[in-house]
Design a protein around this ligand. Structure first.
Ligand SMILES: [Zn+2]
Ligand SMILES: [Zn+2]
Length: 277
């Protein structure tokens, strides 16, 4: 396996709502979207506003694409990029869509269809010309993936539920853990299992520990909790993610400095950042 065979690129790193402006130029203002390349395959995690930019990049190649798009859940900041994802409008493309938080009450196709319905949205989802395949599973299942790639899933603690992912390839593991909330003084066993000895853990660090008490039960965690989990699970690199839209570049710089002191090598995700595992 060469170095570029397991790659992660961040197209959106914010939570809750996109927040472009002079205060977010360096870390970026788009909501959650992460591109992963492993074993020659493309995996996309979440369809926040960053997905639009990834789609434009994919279309530059001019050739058809065949890939998987995984939703952690369907709060708007994780799916409102989909209608603006250019590959959906090219009949040559095949896109498998996955979600683990909706069964048995609903399904991902129906939920996304509701988002793209009048009078909230001007065009319905059946305008997509790409071949879309919708798959619902139950968080905790091991998903079928190309040879040499394993994708484990687990339950996260979030309103309306969410799914965490662990992608393994070539002896390396990447964990994508957003959106999730911790219990004070505890380490979530579902998260610990997914992130155990991972080479990188992308973690919902919407708040600081100081801010957290005012946002309890909102479904998000803190960068300090990310440090505690990473230490306990012997994660190699902690990646702080799903930044609060009110945290401007100067605030994020302060978190970066404190996180580096608390756990050297910790990374703050910013738009355009690439990690090679
Ligand atoms: Zn979110
Ligand atoms: Zn959410």
């Amino acid at each position: 396996m060469d170095d570029a065979d397991f790659m992660v690129r961040f197209w959106g790193v914010r939570g809750s709502i996109a927040c472009p402006g002079p205060g977010t130029v360096r870390y970026g203002g788009n909501t959650s979207c992460v591109e992963v390349r492993a074993g020659g395959q493309l995996f996309i995690f979440d369809a926040g506003s960053g997905l639009r930019l990834l789609g434009n990049e994919l279309m530059k190649g001019g050739h058809p694409h065949d890939f998987d798009l995984f939703f952690t859940h369907t709060h708007l900041d994780h799916c409102h990029g989909l209608p603006f994802f250019a590959p959906c409008y090219d009949a040559r493309n095949r896109i498998r869509v996955w979600a683990g938080h909706l069964k048995p009450d609903a399904g991902i196709e129906g939920v996304l269809g509701k988002m793209m319905a009048a009078p909230l949205f001007p065009i319905p989802m059946d305008i997509f010309s790409a071949k879309l395949e919708f798959n619902d599973f139950s968080a905790g299942e091991l998903l079928v993936t190309p040879p040499g790639v394993a994708l484990r899933t687990g339950t996260l603690n979030h309103p309306n539920r969410a799914t965490g992912y662990r992608l393994e390839h070539g002896g390396k593991a990447l964990a994508y853990i957003t959106d999730t909330e911790h219990e004070l003084g505890q380490l979530d066993p579902h998260v610990l299992k997914l992130v155990d000895r991972a080479d990188a853990m992308i973690y919902d660090a919407t708040y600081t520990d100081d801010e957290y008490p005012a946002h309890q039960h909102w479904g998000h965690s803190t960068w300090q909790q990310g440090v505690r989990l990473a230490n306990a699970a012997r994660v190699k690199t902690l990646v702080i993610f799903h930044h609060d839209p009110d945290h401007d570049d100067a605030f994020m710089d302060r978190i970066a400095a404190e996180a580096e002191a608390a756990r050297p090598g910790t990374v703050i995700a910013h738009e355009g950042m690439v990690l090679n595992l």
